[in-house]
Design a binder for this molecule. Sequence first.
Ligand SMILES: Nc1ncnc2c1ncn2[C@@H]1O[C@H](COP(=O)(O)OP(=O)(O)OP(=O)(O)O)[C@@H](O)[C@H]1O
Ligand SMILES: O=C(O)c1ccc[n+]([C@@H]2O[C@H](COP(=O)([O-])O)[C@@H](O)[C@H]2O)c1
Length: 210
Amino acid sequence: MVRVGIMGGTFDPVHYGHLVTAEAAADLFDLSVVVFVPSGRPPHKQHQAVTDPWERYRLTELATCSNPRFRMSDVEVSRPGYSYAIDTVRAFRREYGEQAEFFFITGADAILEIMTWRQIDQLMAECRFIAAYRPGYDRDHLREAVARMEAFSGRIHLVEVPALAISSTDIRRRLYQGRSVKYLLPEPVIHRIVETGSYHPSSCHRQPRE
Ligand SMILES: Nc1ncnc2c1ncn2[C@@H]1O[C@H](COP(=O)(O)OP(=O)(O)OP(=O)(O)O)[C@@H](O)[C@H]1O
Ligand SMILES: O=C(O)c1ccc[n+]([C@@H]2O[C@H](COP(=O)([O-])O)[C@@H](O)[C@H]2O)c1
């Protein structure tokens, strides 16, 4: 039976926190592949400017191509409208077949909001969740929150990942300020960001959400 990790995110831009989390999940859950799925239009970032989807896709591709277990999917960037996980998992079900087991990989913060996700009952029936948290995170609070989700709690696995205090928000801020982002994300990604100027304040790659 094929075990597939689904690493969804805005990836604006992708960084080592995402890569370490995906690798840790693959390792612990014996996943055959982890598919990175950059969001087309993130449903929960409607009022936020986000870099062009295909540019985020390209950067994520550069970051993942050297790992034989990592794959890319353009299912969300190609789909019009907001990117809901349930639509993505259903597309994967059609692609990988009934026997495949899906593990949606997210950060612990996202798990705390999971009950607001679209068609959460159907989503939980289709896939399990791997919720990554970092050392120092309030694990008891997270465990209690997951336990309160009752029927779903057996479908959510909490996993500690190495402490990488990296966020895309911090990287974007550094780039705007012309500061170094070395060692926060892979070199080929940095090269492309510099080449295209995507994260320069005047960049045409950043699109305000309506
Ligand atoms: N440093 C990190 N370590 C572990 N998981 C992370 C880290 N950063 C992000 N994640 C998780 O990866 C997934 C995709 O994250 P996302 O693309 O929103 O990155 P982000 O750095 O949180 O972005 P932003 O700062 O713009 O909100 C989410 O589930 C998020 O919780
Ligand atoms: O399907 C939903 O309703 C939904 C609501 C919020 C977030 N998500 C997914 O959660 C993943 C992490 O989102 P982000 O933008 O915080 O990186 C990404 O794959 C999103 O599509 C999905």
